[in-house]
Design a protein around this ligand. Structure first.
Ligand SMILES: *Cc1c(COP(=O)(O)O)cnc(C)c1O
Length: 360
């Protein structure tokens, strides 16, 4: 069977080149006579794969020297708890912006460990945009300030970052990490589940500034303790060895494409194809407020649920897959991460025009 264009939100499409390399190396990695899956995580061969992957992350994200790069498990959802466990130990209070379901899940989780101050929210508007904030509402004594840089379900993205002064900015960047250039020094912590824009599910990347280590509350499970994990080179226990190897293959591909800046340019072009179409369409309507539009997740609908369902069904038959919106948002969502080629976006746009012509 031919490969389809997969618009899934995560796990998501991956570079074909990475998948092919993995297939070629499946039974015998680099002359070792075994699969990467079968290697000891403490062995030399695996350590080299791990170190290369971390090195690529440092290079591609331009991580400054005073930050640690950790490869953990438990997903982004695990970090909803790890963030307060590691940081909410000074004033015991943190500022959160509630910009989507995952942001909301994170603040509910943090509320188990301390005081959560919601400084801005678009929950009442069904998260149609990034909420406006007023710096006067920020708590200068907060242990950290939390945002979700791209809201995967609703298709919204911060175009500017809040200025939090000396309060460390913590970002869940699960769905837009590596898709645009960020000045990492603006963040105290940036983390992401891998399964959207890094590699396969099973790895969680945490980039943390060193001065934020050593603050975990004593009851923190060691597996969630960034300091202990940093000291152990992310190997307090067995890491997700194969998933990390796959991330490495995807990152090598990304580097060959020209790195994050080149990707950002391509991602802007890809998103523009769909937003231009939506703005011109008399059938499809973009869901996210224009000023908050995501470059990674494009949400749209016809306004008629049956027609939405027909669209998804017909698109699937044409090899344009996984376009159904998240159950919390409805409608359609095209996730167009780094590994989605411009040809896939163009094919979707052509199909949308064709569908519109038949359903005016
Ligand atoms: C997908 C996603 C999550 C959840 O990730 P898991 O790895 O499944 O826990 C959290 N935050 C954002 C922004 C996401 O896109």
């Amino acid at each position: 069977m031919e490969r389809v264009y997969n618009f899934a939100a995560g796990p998501a499409t991956m570079p074909e080149e990475a998948l092919r390399t993995a297939a070629n190396e499946m039974l015998n990695y680099g002359g070792s006579g075994m699969s990467v899956m079968e290697m000891s995580h403490r062995g030399k061969a695996y350590q080299a794969i791990f170190d290369e992957t971390v090195g690529l992350i440092r290079e591609l994200l331009q991580v400054p020297d005073n930050y640690k790069v950790l490869l953990l498990q438990g997903g982004a959802t695990g970090q909803f708890a790890a963030v307060p466990l590691n940081l909410m130990n000074g004033s015991g209070s943190a500022d959160y912006i509630d910009s989507g379901n995952f942001a909301h899940g994170a603040l509910v989780e943090a509320g188990k460990y301390g005081k959560v101050n919601v400084v801005a929210s678009s929950r009442e508007e069904n998260y149609a945009g990034i909420p406006q904030w007023d710096e006067a509402a920020f708590d200068p004594k907060a242990d950290y300030f939390y945002i979700t840089t791209n809201n995967t379900i609703y298709g919204t993205r911060y175009s500017t970052l809040p200025n939090t002064g000396s309060v460390p900015l913590v970002a869940d960047a699960s769905s837009n990490i590596l898709s645009e250039v960020y000045d990492m020094s603006r963040f105290g912590v940036m983390y992401a589940g891998a399964q959207k824009n890094i590699g396969p599910a099973g790895v969680t990347l945490v980039v943390v500034r060193e001065d934020l280590l050593g603050k975990a509350r004593p009851s923190t499970p060691k597996i969630m303790d960034w300091t202990k994990m940093a000291e152990a080179g992310s190997m307090l226990n067995t890491p997700p060895t194969y998933a990390i190897y796959m991330c490495g293959l995807c990152l090598k591909w990304l580097k060959k494409q020209g790195g994050v800046a080149a990707m950002e340019k391509r991602n802007i072009e890809k998103a523009q194809i769909l937003y231009d179409l939506l703005d011109d369409s008399s059938l499809f309507k973009g869901v996210a407020q224009p000023a908050s539009r995501s470059r990674m997740n494009v949400t749209f609908r016809t306004g008629d649920e049956e027609l939405d369902a027909l669209f998804v069904k017909e698109a699937t038959a044409k090899g344009l897959c996984s376009l159904k919106g998240h159950r919390a948002a409805g409608g359609m969502r095209a996730s167009i991460y780094n590994a989605m080629p411009v040809e896939g976006v163009q094919a979707l746009a052509n199909f949308m025009k064709d569908f519109e012509a038949r359903h005016k």
